[in-house]
Design a protein around this ligand. Sequence first.
Ligand SMILES: NC(=O)c1ccc[n+]([C@@H]2O[C@H](COP(=O)([O-])OP(=O)(O)OC[C@H]3O[C@@H](n4cnc5c(N)ncnc54)[C@H](O)[C@@H]3O)[C@@H](O)[C@H]2O)c1
Length: 450
Amino acid sequence: MEKIAVFGTGYVGLVTGACFVNAGHNVTCVDIDETKIERLKKGECPIVEKDLPVRIEKGVQSGNLSFTTNASLAVKNCKVIFIAVGTPTKKGSEEADLSAVFAVARTIQENADSSKIVIQKSTVPVGTGDEVEEILNSQIKSGEDRFFHVVVSNPEFLKEGRAIHDFEYPDRVVIGTNDKEAQRVMRKIYVPFMRTSDRMIFMSRPSAELTKVVANTMLAMRISAMNAITPLAEKFGADVTEVRRGIGTDSRIGTAFLFPGGATFGGSCFPKDVRALIAIMEESGMDAGIFKEVMEINHEQRMRFIGKILNYFEKGDITGKKIAVWGLSFKPGTDDVREAASFDVIRTILEKGGTVSVFDEHAKEIFRNEFGNVKGIEYCDDQYVTTKDADALVILTDAMEFRLLDLERLKKAMNKLVIFDGKNLHDPEEMSKEGAHYICMGRPFFNPKS
Ligand SMILES: NC(=O)c1ccc[n+]([C@@H]2O[C@H](COP(=O)([O-])OP(=O)(O)OC[C@H]3O[C@@H](n4cnc5c(N)ncnc54)[C@H](O)[C@@H]3O)[C@@H](O)[C@H]2O)c1
């Protein structure tokens, strides 16, 4: 068993802490957000993530999982300290905001009374580990001091909605350090998750930092590449979902992250990580053109989808129209709404004079907090209630409950069966047979059969 402190109780920090405890370690989770820590202490899970509440409850009951705002005590008590705080895009720039990471480093530096292994789990630009190590060791005079803090890069690859599974059954665990003792400790921490095969990959710290950002950028590139061909597919009557199946069966390509659509990628990772890669490349005098394209295509595709919604109505006039919107989070199974397509879609409809009635199983309250109870928006608890007297339905995530439609119910509820599918979930020809005006991305449009 290792005594571990985890700084940051967000999507990554909480999952990390809960899974380590489940594997037999002792974990203290630290956050500066007092309300969050109070909720956690009461046994409430502040985020939506499958199986996480049960893991937290079990961990607390075992006495091996605790929550605190007392950073000083946690630093003193634990030799191993994970940093899992947010690294959002800096306001007004493309760079990652590393202030929370550096703040934790300073806290450790000020409170440590022995050598620590500090593990960087937050996604950071290459070279950040050097800066963190410098902060940690800044007051330690070489020779006369008893301790030296080592920084390890251990990027996280979990997917929200499947985070517990991904953490406990990882494709790989990347460990960036050349320090032998740190390598030994990291192996000990992760060994419970390596029973079927050893998937730990040791490398240098900068390589590990770069691995994470490049992994996300490659996945984002695949989505943008597919989105970039949707106008061409539309022009020539091809169906991009057929193309996806055709290329995905090639073992060199594979099927994942090839879903084109109008609700383009968002979330707390892809946009900010691609932007951070662009920023550091440009800062280093390099051409980041290919990665800039990834972001531009993502934005243009989202705008093209919104354009299709507006242009459906006569002269693009959506004034007084009621639009039902399904899916507010950036993907299903989470309440995370960061950079979700829903913001752009809903904001545009409201700005153009329409009204919206919205549904999301998990993200409604968080979206409401971010977006506000502005005029023209109605929050519903039932997806079909949103469609009452609606002039169109817009689908923005591929949540299970949106994959089969109760068309009879929609026909009865809506003024006209008009569906804008940002995730290409349904068959355009089948939809037309049902009398639906079904509009998606990169697929043929069939006139509805009356
Ligand atoms: N969310 C994901 O799916 C995911 C996946 C892989 C990697 N990551 C990366 O992991 C990092 C964390 O992401 P997240 O989604 O968990 O973030 P988050 O915003 O959900 O949580 C961050 C937490 O850190 C806390 N915090 C900020 N400053 C602190 C400090 N000085 N001391 C203690 N706590 C502090 C915040 O209060 C917050 O609770 C980011 O760098 C992100 O890019 C995220």
